[in-house]
Design a protein around this ligand. Structure first.
Ligand code: PEP
Ligand code: MG
Length: 885
């Protein structure tokens, strides 16, 4: 197999491996593809990801074959551009970039102008006719190479540059003459030499292999590892290396460089969008050192900016760029994120990829592109990441609430966030671990800040444009971001900051509106999101394409309403114990638990009955005939007991029993391992009067609501934590008996089902037997995970993190179902349950019912529905549709 693929010039791009991202990385595959469809791509070559993996496995050694193949590929570039690498007369210069399968901040980014040394710089000066350009390129190369390849501190170079300007009384870099730059180069070389203990490499081949090595090594840098962990990217993918002939955006006023999107990545609007800089090299745009200019006239005018747009300043190159945008969108059938350079009026494409976008933009683009005939409805469904919908489902700032505006920046990533100011990434992580909402405020961000950005609710930067690191990463993470807020100045020494005229300090609360760029003092109230428009359209498509139903886990009428608003088709789990904690009822609950005998319990339960009934009436009303699965009491009783002395005293007064007596009873209820103790159906077996009261409340409420003439209520009564058929047989008989009693009293009846949760391994294995008593199974994968893994769901937080880091579990098994292990139990139970009762209804109500990957598995097993918490319902609808496609 080939280790290196060439592109551009007369290269042959026919090997399908070359356009396979797993082989040549995203950047390499797309460069080959652009060259193949005739777009102007500077010639170059890509070293495969496989070579990176081999290099890392073989102890950082290059193979002989790679040496030979790189030499051949270099000759391809030399031939295509008519220059030779290291030629003192007319040197070929190259860029070296990393490029993994997916875009991955944290790896070595770019070395430009590689191939310059004391001799070739003279050749570049001669052939370009521009001494200043040549020496400036050399200066930039030494700094960049020293920083990213040699790992030297870039501060020393920046300081030397500042001093050079100061000594000469200059304000900007552009005032430096060719001679000034030549002096600066020799200073840079001595800085490098003193730090390295040897001269800056003059051999161009040594430079090239150094850069290739740096790219490969950067795959295993700490920053890259953090990013991979946060984004579940496997460590064995490796990165490709792209080596490409240089084109120069800094060859005077007819040259430029820029980044662009074919549609607005924030709103999804169909309009070219981007930033560019005249007479600059690529890094200048992203680094936020100079303020970039708008691409289009319309945007510039809307922003009231003075510097001309590219459309106005370089109409010919802009027209060519617009043509390329359209070609690329038609070819890739998706929004593209592009890097380009204009060298003396000629446009060159350096990169294209599917652009990162906000959830709002993803939705709008998917819906628009179906309308434009670019993609199908199915593709639109698959285009939107279900978890990204989360961004849209949460509140935004109340437009009518007063805002104490401190300043304004660019609306870099939408959404609203309030929190305490933190000034560095480590503090952000630390405070957020203490459950505090924080806003990370930085001059600009770099890949070293990723963990802090992740921990923060929102991000504010003083510098950088809409395509700065902060903006791109925040959009990807779904964090609101305001970037380039020049009114912000930070003093790291005393950890204070100034926003406009106001002085603030770390810990003060601010609010960001990422949709407008506003920065406000204090916390601003929020409002619920609108779910109409594109969101509604996509959801409708999703509903048409999914097979599984989507229900919700809800027990309050408010949650039920929210979930119905989000499209829930019923209740998959109503946890009745939550109703017991109500302040008005807890004393009756405690009286019931602490009662010495059945009689005492029955008296207390009689007080609870009307309360439970009215809960169910309200829920049945809200759900208007949709199926409602109501689970009978599940948690260990002592969870309801008082713990503080005041509580005991209060209870003693209401019950007329002594505090000591109550404490003794409470002590008797202590359990060593309550999760495996007196809970679930074991309560129903030992204290049948509890389940009797609950069943009565359910049936009385169902009869009452049905009698009102609305849609008939069909309650599904669910028994938790069953391990044996016998348990269910006893409790089903109890429920049937109470139903018959209620129906006789009322002279009316409703249809109902009795079923069980499958949340113990024994229940999964015995599902064939248990199904004889159950009309439905609902997989309680929280407990099933806990009992199958032998990992306490309440204590797992302390050790599961390292488990995931070490790859023992790929993801937290309480978040994403352990398909390999727990999944087997689900499969076995589904199969055995169906063998006994073919029409048995199967659902899932553990947290996994709202996790897209787990939903994929549920589709595979053929469950009838998933049940998720209210805010996860739309995510589940979309994920269920994706799973079905
Ligand atoms: C479960 O165990 O998955 C479940 C849904 O029940 P709970 O979380 O209430 O134990
Ligand atoms: Mg459970």
């Amino acid at each position: 197999t080939q280790t290196v693929y060439t592109f551009g010039g007369a290269a042959d791009h026919s090997d399908p491996r070359q356009r396979d991202k797993t082989v040549t990385g995203g950047k390499g595959a797309n460069l080959a593809e652009m060259a193949e469809i005739g777009l102007p791509v500077p010639p170059g070559f890509t070293i495969t990801t496989e070579e990176c993996v081999r290099y890392l496995q073989e102890g950082a050694a290059f193979s002989d074959k790679l040496h030979a193949d790189v030499a051949t590929a270099l000759a391809h570039i030399e031939q295509a551009v008519g220059k030779s690498f290291g030629d003192a007369g007319d040197p070929l210069l190259v860029s070296v970039r990393s490029g993994a399968r997916v875009s991955m901040p944290g790896m070595m980014d770019t070395v430009l102008n590689l191939g310059l040394n004391d001799e070739t710089v003279q050749g570049l000066a001669k052939t370009s006719g521009d001494d200043r350009f040549a020496w400036d390129s050399y200066r930039r190369f030494i700094q960049m190479y020293s920083d990213v390849v040699l790992g030297l501190d870039h501060g020393a170079f920046e300081e030397a540059l500042e001093i050079a300007k100061e000594d000469r009384g200059y304000f900007t870099d552009t005032e430096l003459s060719a001679d000034d730059l030549r002096e600066l180069v020799s200073e840079y070389k001595s800085i490098a030499e003193s730090e390295l203990g040897q001269p800056f490499p003059q051999d161009v081949n040594e430079q090239l292999w150094g850069a290739i090595r740096a790219v490969f090594d950067s795959w295993d840098s700490d920053r890259a590892k953090v990013y991979r962990r946060l984004n579940s990217i496997p460590g064995d993918w490796g990165t490709a290396v792209n080596v490409q002939a240089m084109v120069f955006g800094n060859m005077g006023e007819t040259s430029a460089t820029g980044v662009a999107f074919t549609r607005d990545p924030s709103t999804g609007e169909r309009a070219y969008y981007g930033e560019w800089l005249v007479n600059a090299q690529g890094e200048d745009v992203v680094a936020g050192i100079r303020t970039p200019q708008y691409l289009t006239k319309a945007r510039r005018e809307a922003a009231g900016a003075e510097l001309p747009s590219m459309e106005e300043a370089m109409p010919a190159a802009y027209a060519e760029l617009a043509r390329v945008f359209d070609l690329l969108e038609a070819h890739y059938r998706d929004m593209q994120d592009i890097e380009f350079t204009v060298q003396q009026g000629k446009l060159w494409m350096l990169q294209t990829r599917s652009g990162k976008r906000t959830a709002k933009a993803a939705l709008k683009m998917a819906v628009d592109m179906v309308g434009e005939g670019l993609i199908s409805e199915e593709e639109a469904i698959l285009r939107v990441d279900p978890m990204a919908l989360d961004q849209l489902l949460h509140p935004t700032l109340d437009p009518d609430a007063p805002r104490d505006e401190l300043g304004k920046g660019l609306p870099a990533s939408p959404g609203a966030a309030s929190g305490k100011i933190v000034l560095d990434a480590d503090t952000a992580e630390l405070w957020s671990n203490r459950e505090e909402d924080v806003i990370l405020v930085r001059v600009e961000t770099s890949p070293e800040d990723i963990h802090g950005m992740h921990a923060a609710r929102g991000i504010l930067t003083a510098r950088g444009g809409m395509t700065s690191h902060a903006a791109v990463v925040a959009r990807g993470m779904g964090r609101p971001c305001v970037s380039g807020a020049s009114a912000v100045s930070i003093n790291m020494t005393d950890r204070t900051l100034q926003i406009g005229s106001r002085s603030l300090k770390e810990g003060d609360v601010i609010t960001l509106d990422g949709a407008t760029g506003q920065i406000m003092g204090g916390r601003v109230p929020t409002i619920e999101p609108e779910l109409a428009g594109d969101f509604g359209v996509l959801m409708e498509w999703a509903d048409r394409h999914r097979r599984m139903g989507v229900r919700t886990n809800a027990e309050t009428p408010e949650d039920c309403r929210t979930a119905r608003g989000f499209g829930a088709e019923g209740i998959g789990l109503c946890r009745t114990e939550h109703m017991f904690f109500d302040a008005a009822r807890i004393s009756a609950v405690r009286a019931m638990i602490l009662a010495e005998n059945e009689e005492g319990r029955r008296a207390a339960l009689a007080r609870l009955l009307p309360e439970q009934r009215s809960d169910f009436v309200e829920i049945f009303h809200t759900m208007a005939g949709l199926p409602c699965t109501i689970r009978l009491l599940d948690p260990p009783l002592h969870e309801f007991l008082p713990t503080r002395d005041e509580e005991f005293e209060e209870l003693s007064e209401t019950l007329g029993l002594g505090v000591d007596h109550l404490k003794r009873r409470a002590g008797e209820l202590h359990e060593f391992n309550p999760m495996l103790g007196h809970r679930g159906c074991r309560l129903g077996i030992t204290f049948p009067e509890i389940y009797e009261m609950q069943a009565r409340a359910i049936f009385e409420a169902a009869c009452e609501v049905t009698a009102e003439g609305g849609d008939p209520v069909v309650p599904e009564v669910m028994i938790p934590l069953v391990a044996t058929r016998k348990e269910l047989e006893i409790l089903r008989a109890l429920v049937d008996r109470v139903a018959a009693e209620v129906f006789a009293e009322k002279g009316a009846s409703v249809d109902y089902l009795v079923g069980t949760m499958i949340e113990l391994p024994r229940a999964a294995l015995m599902a064939g037997e248990i199904a004889k008593e159950a009309k439905f199974f609902s997989f309680g994968t929280n407990d099933l995970t806990q009992t199958a893994l032998g990992v306490s769901r309440d204590d797992a937080g302390r050790f599961l993190g390292p488990y995931v880091d070490k790859g023992i579990y790929e993801r937290d098994p309480f978040v994403s179902l352990d398909v390999d292990g727990v999944g087997q139990l689900v499969e076995i139970a589904a199969e055995r349950g169906r063998a006994t009762r073919p029409e048995i209804k199967l659902g899932i109500c553990g947290e996994h019912g709202g996790d897209p990957e787990s939903i994929m598995f549920c589709e595979k097993v053929g469950l009838d529905y998933v049940s998720a918490s209210p805010y996860r319902v739309p995510i589940a609808r979309l994920a269920a549709a994706q799973a079905a496609l």
